[in-house]
Ligand binder design. Structure first.
Ligand code: FPP
Length: 242
């Protein structure tokens, strides 16, 4: 698929991606898993550029789950090293590309230097209005929902919110993604067909596309194919189209 064809298509406003298959990519080549993560970073840069080119407004990437902390410490350390390097070297580049960077997830698990780097990236790119890039780091959908429930409950107790007024719209305001629309399209790479605790509330009406391609090999052509697949679907939001 070429981009000229894509111009005939409806581009999803918000694409979320579960980037999976780094480890298998490396194992297939007899390399350590960490090599897969390094190539995974390159794929992130390509897909950010492709999203800008295609006119996607919001891109949300599942970069590190709450459960990923349980991986062998050598792999976690390597991912943290890559994250540091990414934030240090890419913030300026992303800023020049008018990308706004935001991180969702539990920051309390990160070392203080990483938290500072995240804050710096967010502050530096705060005024950008091109691509809105959200990185889910130390993120879990269930944890996000519990956190929203706790904050909502506190507001009810404090008299800031009336119990009778709680509805799906109000609840959404308590989620980490309250300032961005729900994803139109969710892509998971590497052939796995699971949601794995990603954006559980937000994907209620999202189209799901599963790609066989391992994340380090996922290129703009693959993103274009996923968008093409999305265009073949008819989104009805539970209604009957006449
Ligand atoms: C899944 O591959 C990928 C991840 C653990 C997260 C994605 C990470 C990157 C793209 C690198 C950048 C992220 C950070 C935090 C710097 P896997 O290892 O689960 O692959 P497998 O299922 O083949 O083992």
């Amino acid at each position: 698929m070429v981009v000229t064809e894509l111009s005939q298509q409806h581009i999803p406003r918000h694409i979320a991606i579960i980037m999976d298959g780094n480890g298998r990519w490396a194992q297939l080549r007899g390399k350590p898993r960490t090599d897969g993560h390094r190539r995974g970073i390159e794929a992130v840069k390509d897909i950010v550029d492709a999203s800008i080119e295609f006119g996607v407004k919001y891109l949300t990437l599942f970069a590190f789950s709450s459960e990923n902390w349980k991986r062998p410490s050598v792999e976690v350390d390597d991912l943290m090293w890559l994250l540091r390097r990414f934030l240090q070297s890419e913030t300026e580049t992303m800023h020049r590309k008018n990308v706004r960077i935001r991180v969702i997830g539990d920051r309390s698990n990160f070392s203080s230097d990483i938290v500072k780097l995240i804050e710096h990236s967010e502050e530096k790119t705060l005024g950008n209005d091109g691509l809105y890039l959200t990185a889910a780091l130390s993120y879990g959908g269930r944890q996000e929902i519990i956190s929203a429930v706790k904050n909502l409950y506190k507001d009810v107790i404090d008299g800031k919110l009336l119990y009778e007024n709680i509805d799906t719209k109000i609840f959404t305001d308590y989620l980490a993604t309250s300032d961005i629309p729900d994803p139109d399209l969710l892509i998971r790479t590497s052939g796995e067909k699971r949601i794995s605790n990603f954006l559980l509330w937000q994907i209620a009406y999202t189209e799901l596309v599963f790609s066989e391609v391992l994340w380090p090999d996922f290129k703009r052509e693959n993103l274009a194919l996923a968008i093409e697949e999305y265009n073949r679907r008819e989104r009805r939001f539970g209604e009957v189209m006449v």
